[in-house]
Write a protein of this length. Sequence first.
Length: 220
Amino acid sequence: MQKLSEKAIMGTVTDRKDKFLIVIGREYGSGGRRIGKMLAKALGIAYYDKRLLSEAAARMGYGANIFAEKDEKRPSAMRSLLSFCYGAPTANISDAPMSDEKLYECQSNVIRNLCESESCVIVGRTADYVMRDHPRLVSLFVHAPLEHRVKNIIRRGETDNEREAEQIAQRRDSARRDYYNYYTNRGSWGQASNYTLAFDASRIGDEAVVDIVKALLAKK
């Protein structure tokens, strides 16, 4: 594949008034967050994950913990009912309890506000669904076989036990799937047709993913 220079990419994309957006869904341990950081650095744009989205939320007047409180977990049926009945009616507060649906609405508003003001990379938080009408959206899903993800989980020090690493990956994937499907009503977390591009991280290197996305952005 012919590589495009940073100058060519930036001249083609960021000199335009219309912003672009890259959102990344990922299986746990596949390296999606690492790829997101690489893309943001290569394109000279902002990168947002849970921590940085929380910081952005605080700057906008929301509670700084709104992205950490649920951590991509859908509410239980009972909690959802109680939240619906007793949740806080407003979003622009810091410490008061907030219903799960209101919390998700606040998260979505933060994401929309960021995407209106700048080009950026966002990891997780159903950003592909929240920003589905964005005219220059590129949505990615990064996946890999379980054994590949287990090695990554052990390499980054979460555990030194393969079986435990498998359980961590499966548990986190299940939580992400439930969260995504619950709030989007799509029932299609990880389904290739739901994304612009899907990558098997065990077969395609990080640098190749960056090159492919840069080439796509240049054409868009």
